[in-house]
Design a protein around this ligand. Structure first.
Ligand SMILES: *[C@@H]1O[C@H](CO)[C@@H](O)[C@H](O)[C@H]1NC(C)=O
Ligand SMILES: *[C@@H]1O[C@H](CO)[C@@H](O)[C@H](O)[C@H]1NC(C)=O
Ligand SMILES: *[C@@H]1O[C@H](CO)[C@@H](O)[C@H](O)[C@H]1NC(C)=O
Ligand SMILES: *[C@@H]1O[C@H](CO)[C@@H](O)[C@H](O)[C@H]1NC(C)=O
Length: 196
């Protein structure tokens, strides 16, 4: 029995180390913790986000969390933009390897924006969910307008985040689940900002 176990372990090890058995290697790997702070992005804050994009009388703002990676970006390249969904941004960065896989081929900048009222992007701090009046600002329309404002600002000189992209920079939107719906709506509602 012990000999069998040793042989079985040896067999599995050999299988797992061979390139053809990626699935098995995956199964033997430590599970990914999607809530860990990802090490392949830098966290920056857009500190002047309008609370209400659809009125002119309300000048309140909040801080929106952004994670980006400009390692592969070269002038002329696009922005790969993740429309954050209902959760802390860390998990979406960790779960969206496709943006990191494709960025080198396209000289792309990788930008993830956190959805208002999730993770650390709390328009009213700890009181964000305290009243209906506060939580009334949690809508997909407002969230998309946040992303539109961020991208517009990134093409301005001397912008909040300190990195300016050329005005003709193309934006390709990414997302999964509700974030995928946001991504498609983003293209539909802001076609002058989002090319794909
Ligand atoms: C950007 O992502 C790549 C691939 O994950 C990584 O090698 C690189 O260190 C990252 N850059 C930064 C500044 O985190
Ligand atoms: C990426 O940048 C390099 C160097 O500037 C350039 O040669 C290449 O054509 C660019 N790739 C794309 C897809 O634009
Ligand atoms: C919000 O709540 C957290 C956890 O209870 C606490 O650590 C933090 O100090 C609070 N922030 C403010 C601004 O009250
Ligand atoms: C950006 O900052 C530079 C240096 O401070 C300044 O010369 C330039 O006018 C500014 N541009 C805009 C559009 O404010």
């Amino acid at each position: 029995m012990r000999r069998f176990l040793v042989l079985a372990a040896l067999f599995l090890t050999v299988l797992a180390s061979s390139r053809r058995h990626r699935l098995l290697r995956k199964l033997l790997q430590k599970p990914v913790n999607y809530d860990d702070a990802p090490s392949n992005v830098e966290t920056v804050w857009y500190t002047n986000m309008r609370l209400d994009h659809f009125t002119w009388g309300d000048t309140r703002t909040f801080d929106m969390r952004v994670m980006w990676n400009n390692t592969f970006y070269k002038p002329g390249g696009p922005i790969f933009f993740y429309t954050g969904n209902e959760g802390a941004l860390e998990s979406f960065v960790t779960a969206t390897g496709i943006m990191f896989d494709l960025a080198p081929q396209f000289n792309a900048s990788i930008i993830f924006a956190e959805h208002r009222f999730y993770g650390k992007t709390m328009p009213f701090g700890n009181d964000s969910y305290a009243t209906l009046a506060n939580v009334g600002y949690l809508t997909s329309e407002q969230a998309l307008a946040d992303y539109a404002e961020l991208l517009t600002d990134l093409k301005r000189d001397n912008n909040t985040l300190g990195k300016t992209f050329p005005a003709n920079t193309r934006v390709i939107s990414f997302g999964g689940s509700y974030g995928g719906m946001l991504s498609a709506w983003f293209r539909q509602k802001y076609p002058h900002l989002v090319q794909g």
